[in-house]
Ligand binder design. Sequence first.
Ligand SMILES: NC(=O)c1ccc[n+]([C@@H]2O[C@H](COP(=O)([O-])OP(=O)(O)OC[C@H]3O[C@@H](n4cnc5c(N)ncnc54)[C@H](O)[C@@H]3O)[C@@H](O)[C@H]2O)c1
Length: 321
Amino acid sequence: MKVLLTGCAGFIGSHTCEKLLSKGFSVIGIDNFSTFYDRSIKEKNIDVFRNHPNFSFKELDIRDFNSLKENLLEEVDILVHLAAKAGVRPSILNPSDYIDVNIKGTQNLLQWMLDHNCKKLFFASSSSVYGNNKNGEAVKEGDFDLQPISPYAFTKHSGELMNYTYHHLYDFDIINARFFTVYGPRQRPDLAIHKFVDLISRNQPIHMYGDGNSARDYTFIEDTVNGIVGGVDYLLNNENVIETLNLGNQTPVPLITLIKTIYAQLGKKENIIQEGLQDGDVNLTFANIEKAQKLLGYNPAVKLEDGIARFVEWYRQKDNN
Ligand SMILES: NC(=O)c1ccc[n+]([C@@H]2O[C@H](COP(=O)([O-])OP(=O)(O)OC[C@H]3O[C@@H](n4cnc5c(N)ncnc54)[C@H](O)[C@@H]3O)[C@@H](O)[C@H]2O)c1
């Protein structure tokens, strides 16, 4: 089976690519090495599988439909669309970039699928589409009206809506997977765990936004990737699919607990500067994962302490490889 994977040089994309190759899939990976963070980090991510016989890479920008049309001529069985401009806070400063990549880029790919008779799509959405959690309970996919509070979040929700339209009009089979704060080796450098480990390791103070009670349903990369590959298998073996699924860990962890866990694992003395809450940040993410468990056999297994230990180990080794 052949997969077209967008964003293959990124954090989640590179792990997904490795896993798909290990399971015998052929993968065509595309990425434009967006400047959101350093190209050399992404080059290193794809070095892990660059020479795999079932992998080929094309440096392409999903915003450019003509270039997709001219350079992606192969037939594929499924598109796994992970490329995006990520990050909540920067999306407030520059919403139009997010609209270009996450909405226009996604629509280009849907159109490319139509032209190439590819009718299966796994789409990376985000827990941020839910907005603030009002009752402190785990959210189910269809629980309530979505109230995204950042441009990033509304672009992800727009992607889900466009996907529904292509399902309705052209019988595409689609999973919209809402990821919940994914972490682990190769995590993006702009994300909290990576930033904290980096600063604390260098004996620098860290900035904590809010009083430490905001909480995230941190999900270890291996668990998220198992959900993605489970979703790919499900799509390839089923017809008439349009599903939205939470791929979280159903265990929200307060920010202050996360910070203390990292300090303890690094064996450093706490040095925390408290700041006000930031616009766009939600109070709590908390996934109800029953639907993904039932449909995909999704079963996240990595506890935060273990996942942080594995991140720290990777962080310590990364510059020696
Ligand atoms: N990391 C998380 O916690 C998290 C949470 C929710 C959703 N997501 C979603 O998961 C996906 C992967 O996130 P990630 O954390 O691996 O981010 P990432 O930035 O590491 O990966 C995204 C990749 O997409 C590529 N890309 C960006 N714009 C592109 C374009 N115009 N054309 C082609 N490639 C482009 C980037 O170069 C990058 O390699 C994204 O869709 C993101 O919105 C991530």
